[in-house]
Design a protein around this ligand. Sequence first.
Ligand SMILES: C[S@@+](CC[C@H](N)C(=O)[O-])C[C@H]1O[C@@H](n2cnc3c(N)ncnc32)[C@H](O)[C@@H]1O
Length: 256
Amino acid sequence: VKDGSLIPRFGRARRDPGLAVLEGFHPVKHALRFGATLQLLVTSDPRELSRLARELAPELAAQMTELARAVDEETFRALSPLAPTTPVMALAERPAVDAVEVLAHGRQAPVILLEDPRDLGNMGACVRVAAAADAGGVLSTGSHDPWHPDALRGAAGLHFALPVARLGGLEALDGTGRPLLALDPAGEPLDPARLQGRAVLAFGSERRGLSEELTARAERLISIPMREGVSSLNLATSVAAVLFAWRVCARSPEGA
Ligand SMILES: C[S@@+](CC[C@H](N)C(=O)[O-])C[C@H]1O[C@@H](n2cnc3c(N)ncnc32)[C@H](O)[C@@H]1O
């Protein structure tokens, strides 16, 4: 079905802070699985959508098929600057997430703080691994929107599995009772048993690393030990290393 109105609708949705643009089957699957409300689901291949759903998310297959609106291939490709490889896209309502509430939450699960991340795919990869490790949330500073469609793509839609929001400024960390642990290649070597459950784990910008302000506020600087000659890990890789060190340790009898 040709539908010219969809192209401007997706274009507007990309700039709408109340909406999330989901590109590809996996982001749509995760969003639905973690409670997203979809406004629209489009597919250029209803049979393939139904095959993928039956194979990868049978619990959602009926819902997806019912929601799906078929569009022609050309319209589908025009909905995104880089059309996904699976023939599915959707618009979902973004949940309202308040960074201050995320920090106030009492659960023993670290909150990830990304300081001015520059790469949207990297931000998405951080959200994905934080969701997998069952972290308390992902907050970011700087100009990039953590809910940008490219970040959602990198996260495979897992923004719906945990709170993801922008943090206005580092002052919001004051008085939360959460220790601020900053990850820096020059810090003391990581000891997973010393990662407090309610810590804020802060990671620096891809090129510049942590700011002086953040370093000065941190209770400790922690490094992930690396082979000599390697300067640093990729941002999302370092988030993964620390979160899974915490998760494995917190679940082992000694760390419990
Ligand atoms: C690509 S690195 C930034 C590299 C930057 N030139 C520096 O020296 O910090 C991005 C972020 O990942 C984290 N990171 C990367 N490798 C790390 C390591 N070995 N130990 C601790 N943190 C690391 C830090 O938070 C760092 O700010």
